[in-house]
Write a protein that binds this ligand. Structure first.
Ligand SMILES: Cc1ncc(COP(=O)(O)O)c(C=O)c1O
Length: 300
């Protein structure tokens, strides 16, 4: 405790992360869903020691930029566990990430760009496609989205390339689901989608990235934790089905579940004042260091 106080005296304002808590959260997921390969969504918190801790538990990386590919590499994550999925990848981004990860094409034009790139390098690579499916998280039909290729468009597109092979799909519709039935239904729908996409010419599904959705409790007074064992059982049933059909790798991405409770921001109170009877404590480096709650409060 004294060490911590000494550290804070010298370093605050700063964040402190609890390594053991991050490890515990990772293992909660790994234990509940042993048949799944987990990726950590690097954008959630790319701080190197956080990333390394998650990587050491066996997680791969879901990355949303070429620089995040490099961060994941530096954390020791091998290329076959890094998946780069983001809209608007430039040629420069693609070149930077080439050979260091699996690239997930976010549009039909990006597939063309990847093909040109592979042809120029005389390479042949496996890629994934992010799909905007014919279903939503709440069970309705397709909704417009800026991420991925509409399932309807995928059905009629040319997916046969000389230098690319489409070997997987990625879907992510919604974060922060605490309702297990909804998440299970979504996973079942994703699996059926993978079977449909597998029927298309030029595709041979080897991985299904179901995205995230795994929710975490922010307010225990109003929220109940997601029933992970139920989600795990559903994935187990899908796994059995998968064993006799696609034999694909199951991938889940997660960000907030593993890290959001592990960090605490420490800062100093530097002034105290009263305005119209209300007391304000002025802290050092408030909005710069902890932007989100500050904005949320300002918006109220
Ligand atoms: C594609 C994708 N995957 C994973 C995540 C991580 O979501 P969460 O932090 O809710 O697990 C996000 C969050 O926006 C995302 O956009």
């Amino acid at each position: 405790m004294n060490d911590k106080m000494d550290f804070l005296q010298q370093n605050a304002p700063c964040y402190l992360y609890e390594k053991n808590l991050i490890k515990e959260r990772c293992h909660t997921l790994l234990d509940a869903m042993p048949e799944v390969d987990f990726l950590y969504s690097v954008k959630t918190n790319p701080f190197a020691p956080v990333l390394k801790t998650v990587a050491e538990q066996g997680f791969g990386a879901d990355v949303a930029s070429a620089n995040e590919v490099l961060l994941a590499q530096r954390a020791g994550i091998p290329y076959d566990k890094i998946y780069y999925s983001a809209p608007g990848k430039t040629l420069q981004d693609i070149q930077k990430a080439w050979g260091k990860c699996t690239i997930i094409a976010d549009s039909l034009s990006e597939l063309e760009r990847l093909e040109q790139c592979a042809a120029a390098k005389n390479d042949r690579i496996a890629v994934g496609v992010r799909v905007n499916p014919d279903f939503s998280m709440s069970g309705t039909s397709a909704v417009p989205g800026k991420f991925g290729i509409d399932e309807e468009q995928l059905k009629t597109a040319n997916l046969c390339f000389q230098h690319l092979k489409i070997t997987g799909i990625h879907v992510h519709l919604c974060s922060q689901i605490l309702e297990a039935n909804m998440l299970c239904e979504y996973y079942r729908n994703c699996y059926l989608l993978a079977e449909r996409v597998n029927e298309l010419n030029g595709v041979e599904i080897q991985f299904i990235n179901f995205g995230s959705g795994i929710g975490t409790v922010y307010d225990s007074a109003t929220e109940k934790p997601l029933a992970l064992e139920k989600v795990g059982q559903t994935l187990q049933v899908l796994r059995v089905k998968n064993n006799s059909s696609l034999q694909a790798k199951f991938i889940l991405e997660t960000g907030r579940f593993v890290v959001c409770n592990a960090g605490t921001y420490y800062t100093r109170i530097v002034d105290r004042k009263i305005s119209c009877g209300k007391t304000y404590l002025v802290v050092q480096n408030a909005m710069n260091g902890f932007l989100r709650p500050a904005i949320a409060e300002l918006l109220r």
